[in-house]
Design a protein around this ligand. Structure first.
Ligand code: CUA
Length: 339
């Protein structure tokens, strides 16, 4: 029944076991003293109870030995905890030299990640296993917090401030990535996943997501033009979702059905009011003159690549075939994203 219940996250980083050992030590010390004190309270209450109405206990004038004992033993224990925790804290606060840099921006309500090599991701972060990754964090609006329980790493993303944390993943897999700072209505939906890959698979993913292909140039343009602010796969979308759009049937506000092909997509960019998709307002401005034909081709190639996600399984797991859209992933498996 409790299988899969995430009471205790997996240990998937070099830091996880160290953090857990300290945590268990703290729990053990607390448990030991809680039991000891509770037992003594009960024992003393019974043993030294008042046995008759006029019983007067002898006066006690303290004991230096006893006071030293109950002062020095706790002091020793908290000093152990202090130096032990400080050691872990410093290890966490100082990314090792040669760590791979990744830039992460928190924004209501999504995570955006960028690799040094140019690849960008939303609510997903691909990293190689066994390599220290330095996460350079900031926020576009309010305070968010980068939190990956399996790595035992949590760091606030503060607007106007760059902060860094790091981890080294030890096991390929897909791990929960949360925002751990209440940041508004959709805080609970500001989630994603960190995909840890074998180095070869990661290189392949990087190559698949590399700039240079038409689709990736289109993705870049898509980002520069801010298309993603409206055409996004979550419930904040003010424009149709473009994931798996290419080649699929579209119902227009007029009731007409058509297939999303190159021509339709091109027209929708330069003359958005011509064919408005059912359920959406005609609020999109024209991009006529802003995007040349070349750019339009790139954008179309990009939208086309989003359609391959279903079959390509782009980077959806360790060793998954990297696809062209790996750097602009589909809606991450967020519970509320499908509304
Ligand atoms: Cu971002 Cu909570």
């Amino acid at each position: 029944m409790w299988r899969g219940f995430p009471l205790f996250p997996e240990q998937a980083s070099t830091m996880a076991a160290r953090v857990d050992t300290l945590y268990f030590f703290l729990v053990a010390v607390s448990t030991f003293f809680s039991v000891l004190i509770a037992t003594l309270v009960v024992t003393f209450a019974v043993r030294f109870r008042r046995r008759s109405e006029n019983e007067i206990p002898p006066a006690i004038h303290g004991s230096v030995a006893l006071e030293l004992t109950w002062s020095l033993i706790p002091l020793g224990i908290v000093m152990v905890v202090f130096f032990w925790a400080a050691d872990i804290f410093f290890a966490m606060a100082r990314p090792p030299k040669g760590a791979m840099d990744v830039y992460v921006v928190g924004k209501r309500w999504m995570w955006k990640a960028q690799h040094v090599t140019g690849q960008r991701e939303i609510n997903e972060l691909h990293v190689p296993v066994g390599v220290p990754i330095r996460i350079n964090l900031t926020s576009e609006d309010v305070i968010h917090s980068f939190y990956v329980p399996a790595f035992r790493v949590k760091k606030d993303a503060v607007p106007g401030l760059y902060s860094a944390t790091w981890f080294e993943a030890t096991k390929p897999g897909r791990y929960h990535w949360f925002c751990a700072e209440y940041c508004g209505t959709k805080h609970s939906q500001m989630i994603g996943s960190v995909v840890v890959m074998e180095p070869a698979a990661f290189q392949a993913w990087l190559a698949g997501a590399a700039t240079g292909s038409l689709a990736s140039a289109g993705e870049k343009l898509f980002g520069e033009l801010g298309c993603g602010t409206c055409h996004r796969p979550d419930s904040l979308a003010r424009g149709p979702n473009l994931q798996r759009l290419f080649g699929s049937p579209v119902r227009l506000a007029s009731g007409e059905m058509l297939t999303a092909d190159e021509t339709y997509i091109r027209e929708s960019i330069v003359n958005p009011a011509a064919k408005v998709v059912a359920g959406f307002q005609p609020i999109m401005p024209t991009y006529q003159g802003l995007v040349g034909e070349e750019g339009l081709m790139q954008l179309i190639a990009y939208i086309q690549s989003l359609g391959d996600l279903g079959t390509g399984g782009a980077g959806t797991g360790p060793g998954a075939a990297p696809g062209p859209a790996g750097s602009m992933p589909p809606a991450s498996p967020s519970p509320g994203g499908e509304r």
